[in-house]
Design a protein. Structure first.
Lengths: 87, 184
């Protein structure tokens, strides 16, 4: 597998921490609609980073990596929809 | 490259049982995800049906502390990943375990002022919150307090890879708990 696809672990961690901070900021400041979308996207981004950056599962099993990210995407979508529609 | 080295070590150590062990590991991972998914789905439904209860729950929760706990858990996950990729496994697993225990400490601090408020409120959301977060807390405590340290004692590459995968599952579940419960 191409080595260039692997992000260095400190970079993955930094991106995860920044996304966490951005999620908290979005939760505290944005109105319901954009808040739902921002939280869903940032949460999915974090889940994908854990799967692809920490586990690097795409190197061993792209199908498992896609399944885990798809599962996370479903829950993030539902959470984002609830926030956007109900506040 | 690290993956290739790890796989060679795995194959050399346990050629016959690796496939079965890996299948069991992924069955465990998906079982956990399904259980947490069902609980989080139920939370989303009840939160949608009862917005005042959700607002009351959010008032009781400590968002900054949850953010700090998230950062601690993710940092711990990074050390577990370093161990899995062959960088000083023993040291990194111990640091990952300490991070997990620090997460537990932060959650206990949060529970200390959340529980009295939640106990006074009647409703399924508060119960579901305790069930989901408490169940995840038990996972962190078990994996960090026992499995990570046990594997760190004798860090065979195959066991390091397995425990790191379980630890990343704990990370992943928390990242899904956060938007559903805390950020909504």
């Amino acid at each position: 597998m191409p080595r260039s696809l692997a992000l260095p672990l400190p970079a993955v961690l930094l991106a995860l921490l920044l996304a966490t901070g951005a999620s908290l900021f979005a939760a505290a400041t944005l109105p319901a609609g954009p808040r739902g979308a921002a939280i869903a996207l940032l949460s999915l981004f974090k889940a994908a980073l854990v799967v692809l950056g920490f586990m690097r599962l795409q190197r061993e099993s792209p199908a498992l990596a896609a399944a885990l990210i798809g599962y996370a995407a479903l829950l993030c979508l539902l959470a984002g929809l609830r926030i956007a529609l109900a506040g | 490259m690290n993956i290739a080295v790890r796989n060679i070590n795995l194959d050399a150590g346990h050629p016959a049982s690796e496939g079965g062990m890996e299948l069991l590991l992924w069955i465990l991972v998906w079982s956990e995800l399904i259980v947490f998914g069902a609980l989080l789905g139920a939370f989303l439904v009840f939160a949608t049906l009862d917005p005042p209860a959700l607002a009351a729950l959010h008032q009781a929760l400590d968002l900054p502390l949850a953010g700090l706990a998230t950062a601690t858990l993710l940092t711990s996950g990074c050390f577990a990943a370093r161990a899995a990729f062959g960088h000083k496994p023993r040291r990194n697993l111990v640091i990952a375990a300490l991070g997990g225990l620090a997460f537990c400490g932060l959650k206990i601090a949060a529970f200390a002022h959340e529980l009295p408020v939640l106990a006074a409120s009647e409703g399924r959301l508060a119960e579901l919150y305790m069930l989901i977060v408490g169940f995840h807390f038990a996972h962190v405590l078990f994996v960090a307090g026992l499995l990570l340290l046990l594997v760190a004692w004798r860090p065979a590459p195959r066991h390091v890879a397995t425990v790191a995968t379980v630890w990343h599952l704990v990370d992943l579940v928390w990242l899904l708990i956060l938007p559903v419960i805390y950020l909504g």
